[in-house]
Design a binder for this molecule. Structure first.
Ligand SMILES: NC(=O)c1ccc[n+]([C@@H]2O[C@H](COP(=O)([O-])OP(=O)(O)OC[C@H]3O[C@@H](n4cnc5c(N)ncnc54)[C@H](O)[C@@H]3O)[C@@H](O)[C@H]2O)c1
Ligand SMILES: [Zn+2]
Length: 342
């Protein structure tokens, strides 16, 4: 097991990669605690939860709402949860986001931690202190920055994930390698079959290296005023694709990364062979890399991007493999640079 630390203005976070769910009690430290999880996780792993009261929510993005938050507040009040209570989310990104939001607002904020149970939650959602819910049809529109006291990344939980959910987590791992770590990208090119088979050494190393990258970026720019934006590589086009086609986030980001790499190539930032390596790796991992027939819809969805600044969108472009830059592009430029790509 390896521990990584985030020292943010909104709190400190210790991320334990390779720790087990069964050790959770040691991090609660004799305080009163409440667990928040979803029905699916409770069925699969409830027997391994320590004996604290459990609040169970439904599964799926549609429950990431104020109504769910409201119902959890009520249950916390009914349980007499007070400011000494630690709230622990056991689950994927949805459980982590809701738990973080509830815990950061209940009684003006109580301590919280996560046991991240999906690959996406381990390498992305549980790390960095962003806790949001959806509002008015917009994703993560309402939320807070606040760090979980601890995060447990238990590799054994990943074994029950669907292949599709697993692959979506790998899209974020590839993202981290492209924007920040050329050696990790080389490693992925060699080890992706063992990674997909969840070989313990390989997956633990990849989760660890991913968290190092994300935690490093967050330590330097916790509230996304600058560098943290590079974590959006593949996400501007990805979010548009997700919205229009309804494909899972990681699949949309995979297509978004390939399109952004091609834009970087057309801007003279990335060699053609490196853009091809990015596409080849994603496609070997069985992630989609292209989308056809939706160009107009995607460009018009980009117009509504909430991160748009005036007529420009801040685009993350790889500058070689292992480094990324943020460039403002107008919609006209995006239209020209994506011709024949999406
Ligand atoms: N806060 C952040 O910085 C951040 C970053 C990225 C994503 N997110 C959010 O994360 C959410 C997506 O997270 P996700 O992909 O983990 O989805 P999820 O939480 O919906 O989990 C996917 C499904 O897998 C099931 N599951 C979870 N762990 C399992 C396990 N070990 N075995 C079997 N099944 C399991 C869940 O019950 C669920 O049905 C989105 O809402 C997104 O906005 C947040
Ligand atoms: Zn993402």
């Amino acid at each position: 097991m390896k521990t990584l630390n985030i020292q943010g203005k909104t709190g400190k976070s210790a991320i334990m990669v390779g720790e087990r769910l069964q050790q959770l009690e040691h991090y609660i430290l004799a305080r009163p605690a409440v667990i928040i999880t979803d029905h699916h996780l409770l069925n699969l792993y409830g027997k391994d939860f320590p004996r604290y009261p459990v609040i169970t929510i439904d599964c799926g993005e549609t429950i990431k709402t104020l109504d769910t938050v409201n119902s959890i507040y009520q249950q916390l009040v009914d349980m007499d949860a007070d400011r000494s209570t630690v709230i622990v989310g056991i689950g994927g990104g949805i459980v982590c986001d809701i738990t973080g939001f509830v815990a950061s607002t209940y009684m003006r904020g109580v301590s919280f931690g996560f046991v991240a149970s999906t690959l996406l939650a381990q390498v992305d959602a549980s790390v960095g202190g962003k806790n949001g819910i959806n509002f008015g049809g917009f994703k993560n529109m309402v939320g807070v920055f606040s760090q979980p006291e601890f995060v447990i990344c238990d590799m054994y939980l990943l074994k029950s994930l669907s292949m599709r959910d697993l692959r979506c987590g790998f899209a974020e791992i590839v993202k981290h390698a492209v924007i920040a770590d050329a050696d990790m990208f080389d490693y992925l090119e060699k080890q992706w079959p063992r990674a997909l088979a969840l070989d313990n050494n390989v997956i633990e190393k990849l989760v660890h290296d991913s968290v190092v990258i994300k935690a490093g970026v967050v330590n330097r720019d916790e509230t996304e005023n600058g560098e943290r934006r590079i974590l959006n590589f593949g996400h501007t086009i990805g979010h548009a694709i997700e919205k229009i086609t309804g494909v899972p986030h990681g699949e949309a980001v995979s297509i978004g990364m390939v399109a952004s790499a091609a834009i970087a190539m057309r801007c003279g930032l990335l060699f053609e062979k490196d853009a091809a390596r990015i596409e080849a790796l994603l496609s070997q991992m069985n992630l989609p890399t292209r989308l056809s027939g939706q160009r107009e819809a995607i460009l018009s969805a980009l117009l509504k991007d909430k991160k748009r600044e005036g007529s420009e969108i801040l685009f993350v472009l790889p500058e070689g493999i292992g480094k990324a830059v943020v460039r403002p592009l107008t919609l006209l430029q995006i239209g020209q640079l994506t011709e024949g790509l999406i």
